[in-house]
Write a protein that binds this ligand. Structure first.
Ligand code: S3P
Length: 441
């Protein structure tokens, strides 16, 4: 079994201030946009994880240089036609769906064939959700059984499209937005609500974009082929990394945690809204705006009297990466929690809905599942003392972190495999959790 960790003790009381790493979604978007800007962009607090390093390696393969300085990365772009695609290229996106899907959008004008590859987990995921709209721009795209590898050979005769994004996937919406950037004319998108970092960055760096929104959809109009200048950006902390510490504190023993400089864009804060409905009382401090994004410190305390939730479906997209840990809170809350329409969880790095149901059953929690809906029967007095072996078979970084939080708050003796999966999104996770008093190595 690969890189197994052991956890045999619950975390003790702590009172600390921490900082988590930079936001993964924003880090990858900054790299891709800087690679198409004119001039040198400086990106501060870039997340240094495998998914993001793979984004840097990918732009390098396309002829774009970057340099690491003490506290920023400098990326030197040559404008929208600056990628060198005169020879065949292979790009390895590793574990990152965001990188694989978004970069495809920027390759719809490639001169020669570019092949996008990924690791075992990424190669099992559906890519037709992006290749289908991208083909409509006029690019030649080939994939076997809707999976990676995907081959893209661009076209000189691209045309704008009207696209309806029905899943609520920011990756699909953003891939089409990046393709629109390379296409003459105006592309129009009607997208089910999802994280809007691409829209905010486009506005910030002067790309002509119009966005109209109602509570369920965003309507985006984007005029392509407008070159834009390099930019500086300080990446805020990632709420998806923060989520594991929020739940660790909430389910911990009389602990208190302040997590600094977190992106609290409302398209990402589903976890806070859900946990506060469950009686968590999480607070924001020092709220401020930065380049269209909202930033704040997050303050959280342990709570005993958590209550179950009938989770509103309109919060699904803004909590999509956080459900695994939210389910742990439901396991400890009084009453039954109901979560509906969570089929998208099975489209992630591993089939997370299936995995969560098995996990909860394994620790003695009653779960009823009907298609994509689940009911979790909470046990406020849940205390574990058995042995638990978690085989993280798809090397899912979030399954790993969720298992650690369960082990540190519910008790029992745990062995968790494939701990190196942490490198996808949060290499500093173990360092920070040990600073709070855990003893994981
Ligand atoms: C992401 C969007 C979400 C999320 C993923 C990152 C992004 O995926 O799960 O971790 O950066 O756009 P979908 O767009 O497929 O929902």
């Amino acid at each position: 079994m690969k890189k197994q960790i052991k956890i045999e003790e619950k975390i003790k009381k702590f009172e600390k201030v921490i900082q988590v790493s930079g936001d993964k979604s924003i880090s990858i978007r900054c790299i891709l946009l800087a690679s198409q800007a004119i001039g040198k962009s400086k990106i501060y607090n870039l997340l240094e994880s495998d998914d993001v390093i793979n984004a840097l390696k990918s732009i390098k393969k396309l002829g774009i240089n970057y340099k690491k300085f003490k506290n920023y990365y400098e990326i030197n772009g040559y404008g929208l036609s600056g990628y060198d695609t005169k020879k065949k290229i292979k790009i390895d996106a590793g574990n990152s769906g965001t990188l694989a899907r978004l970069i495809m959008g920027l390759l719809i004008d490639s001169k020669k064939k570019v092949t996008i590859l990924g690791d075992k987990s990424l190669s099992s995921r559906d890519f037709s959700r992006v290749t289908e709209p991208l083909k409509r721009f006029g690019a030649n795209i080939i994939s076997q059984k809707k999976k990676l590898p995907v081959e893209i050979k661009g076209s000189e005769f691209l045309r704008p499209i009207q696209y309806e994004e029905k899943i609520g996937s920011a990756q699909c919406k953003s891939a089409v937005m990046l393709a629109a950037l390379k296409t003459p004319g105006t592309t129009k998108i009607r997208a089910k609500k999802s994280r809007n970092h691409t829209e905010l960055l486009f506005k910030e760096i002067g790309i002509p974009i119009k966005v109209l929104s109602n509570s369920n959809h965003d309507y985006i109009e984007l005029r392509g082929l407008t070159n834009f200048k390099s930019f500086d950006y300080i990446v805020p902390g990632d709420i998806s990394s923060c989520a594991f510490f929020i739940v660790l504190t909430l389910l911990g023993n009389k602990s208190k945690l302040r997590i600094k400089n977190i992106n609290i864009n409302s398209s990402r804060t589903g976890i806070i809204k859900i946990l506060n409905k469950m009686n968590a009382k999480i607070k924001y401090l020092n709220k401020r705006k930065y380049k269209g994004e909202q930033i704040a410190d997050i303050l959280i305390e342990s709570k005993k009297n958590l209550i179950g939730i009938n989770c509103p479906k309109n919060l699904n997209s803004s909590a999509i990466d956080e459900f695994l840990v939210i389910f742990l809170v439901a396991a400890k809350a009084k009453g039954i929690s109901v979560f509906k329409n969570l089929g998208e969880l099975n489209q992630k790095e591993s089939p997370r809905l299936n995995i969560a149901v098995n996990f909860l059953k394994k620790i003695g929690i009653k779960v009823k599942r009907k298609n994509d809906d689940i009911k979790i029967y909470g046990k406020p007095n849940l205390v574990l003392d058995g042995n638990y072996l978690i085989k993280n078979f798809r090397k899912d970084h979030r399954v790993l972190m969720m298992s650690c939080v369960a082990a540190l708050t519910f008790g029992g003796k745990w062995k968790i495999s494939d701990s190196d999966s942490i490198n996808s999104s949060f290499p500093k996770f173990f360092h920070i959790i040990n600073k709070l008093g855990a003893n994981i190595n």
